[in-house]
Design a protein around this ligand. Structure first.
Ligand code: F6P
Length: 543
């Protein structure tokens, strides 16, 4: 499919956008809103209960039209179809990209290599549901006959960030007499702190690893087994206290976990797109199978919206195109994710892997160096905390930082005026960023002349505001799918492979070599540069 698509900078819409951007850069949001009294209601879109106000972006109607033309000329429609129908669009790994199949209803059929994967997906979901119910009800007993009170997910990257984020996001719906912890770092402190107040006979480990070879996860899993056996003192206890979530049955069996206690998934699920697969087992145990399925329904609703809605009204497409606009025509290097919902405190961290591991690429699908910037840096913190730390730079610094504000009409924890105050801050921040405060306005407040420049807010700083009713499992699914498909849209425009991650390999390989040198009785081999050799020597002499 990529053969038929012209290189990005040769697409007519790209050329037109390059010229058009010069005009738009001189426009002020203040003026754009003055010129069009309907702008604040017109440049909005709503679907599946998510409302997107994108009016505070530095765009005109022509920008939006050119961006959607760019999407068409980039083959977005065909690429979406290719993903949904199981084509192997992850070309460097020769794999289909089918996280959308993880939330497809039973009635659908999606084929990979001629085989319908939907029945398999539902088989695993049913197995997960049965297991989750047994843990939640106390029917599943540990080796000494006690019920499980603690669930520890051991995983890293996509096998950790999704589960942690979803657990925090949906804590309101969680079974509160179960304790959930997440161990990811190979730093022994992570494991030690996670178990320091727990009893092994009440603890269940979920070893989550797509490959079941990841150094951090395997190291933590072995330490967990040692820790459990130190008090349970019987190898047969492993079956009651360890389950595996993986695509690699052989490695699971080699670790000593009965494959009966394994929850599978497939190579067409990327790690960072896997939180709604068996990797979400901790989420399902926490919130229960019904809530988990409601989350999947939310994902699916956004999938259908993405696949079927014209680009001008398509929420993920709009978000993705705006990101390309700022990245490539305004030299914006980052996007700030600012959820005004405490339960979404790990959402920015989750999005970092989703977006940056996906679109942090410097070659196109055909292997040429890209001609433009690609994936921006995503970062953020829940509001209002960020306001009292880094917002100063967003308001008055020298960089352009497009922001996504995320808020809810209702809170899960009504408490006096808290929620109105929280939401007042969402609207105030977006307003201040867009419209700022002129020198005249500052002077009119009687500010001393010397201080005026310091108190001016230039404004013209773009943001999206995303609103939803209340944070439910379903809404969380929709929000995640919104960003998944925004990433897809961006990657399609840039003609990159958003589904591989070769960039993490080199460091892994070097670390394996260096471990041997740190543990060896003899000197480093000197195959490194002098800096690395010196650091290794220093560590060896002082450890
Ligand atoms: O960091 C690289 C990576 O492969 C991620 O893509 C993945 O989510 C993570 O490691 C964990 O991999 P696994 O689930 O195979 O342990």
């Amino acid at each position: 499919m990529s053969e038929k698509i012209a290189p990005l900078t040769q697409r007519p819409a790209w050329k037109a956008l390059t010229q058009h951007a010069e005009t738009v850069k001189t426009l002020q949001l203040r003026q754009l809103f003055k010129d069009d009294p309907a702008r604040g209601t017109r440049l909005t879109a709503e679907a599946e209960g998510l409302f997107l106000d994108y009016s505070k972006n530095r765009v005109t109607d022509e920008t939006l039209s050119l961006l959607t033309q760019l999407a068409e000329q980039s083959g977005l429609k065909q690429h979406i179809e290719a993903m949904f129908t199981g084509e192997k669009i992850n070309i460097t790994e020769n794999r289909a990209v089918l996280h959308v199949a993880l939330r497809a209803p039973k009635s659908e059929s999606i084929k990979v290599d001629g085989e319908d994967v939907v029945p398999e997906v539902h088989k695993v979901l049913d197995k997960m549901s049965g297991f989750a119910d047994r843990i939640r009800s106390g029917e599943w007993k540990g080796h000494t006959g006690k019920r499980i009170k603690n669930v520890i997910n051991i995983g890293i990257g996509g096998s950790d960030l999704g589960p942690v984020m979803a657990y925090e996001a949906l804590k309101h719906y969680s079974q509160r007499d179960l304790t959930f912890r997440f161990v990811s770092n190979v730093d022994g402190t992570d494991f030690a702190e996670a178990v320091q107040d727990l009893n092994a006979d009440e603890t269940l480990f979920l070893v989550a690893s797509k490959t079941f070879t990841t150094l951090e996860t395997m190291t933590n899993a072995h330490s967990a087994r040692d820790w459990a056996l130190a008090s349970l003192k019987d190898d047969s206890a492993i079956a009651k206290h360890f389950v595996a979530i993986s695509t690699n049955a052989k490695a699971v069996a080699a670790f000593g976990i009965d494959t009966e206690n394994m929850f599978g998934f497939w190579d067409w699920v990327g790690g960072r797109y896997s939180m709604d697969s068996a990797i979400g087992l901790s989420t399902m145990i926490a919130i229960g199978p019904d809530n988990f399925r409601a989350m999947l329904a939310g994902f699916h609703a956004m999938d259908v919206h993405f696949r079927t809605t014209p680009f001008e009204k398509n929420l993920p497409v709009l978000l993705g195109l705006l990101t390309v606009w700022y990245t490539d025509f305004f030299d914006a290097q980052t996007v700030a994710i600012l959820p005004y919902e405490q339960y979404l405190k790990r959402f920015p961290a989750y999005l970092q892997q989703l977006t940056m591991e996906s679109n942090g690429k410097h070659v196109t699908l055909s292997g040429e160096h890209v001609a433009t910037e690609t994936g921006p840096i995503y970062w953020g913190e829940p509001g209002t905390n960020g306001q009292h730390s880094f917002y100063q730079l967003i308001h008055q610094g020298t960089r352009l930082i497009p922001c996504d504000f995320i808020g809810f009409y209702k809170t899960l924890n009504p408490l006096g005026r808290h929620h109105d105050m929280l939401m007042a801050n969402v609207f105030a921040q977006a307003e201040a960023l867009a419209f700022g405060k002129t020198a005249e306005e500052v002077k009119a407040e009687g500010v001393a002349e010397a201080l005026v420049p310091h108190k001016v807010f230039e404004g013209n700083r773009p943001s999206n505001t995303i609103l939803a009713d209340v944070l439910t499992p379903e809404v969380l699914g929709k929000l995640i799918a919104l960003y998944e498909h925004s990433v897809f849209t961006q990657g399609t425009i840039w003609s990159i492979d958003s589904f591989d991650q070769w960039g993490v390999e080199l460091g892994k390989v070097l670390a394996q070599k260096i471990i041997g040198e740190l543990e060896s009785a003899t000197e480093p081999t000197l195959a490194h540069d002098t800096s690395t050799t010196n650091l290794i020597r220093r560590y060896r002499s002082k450890k």
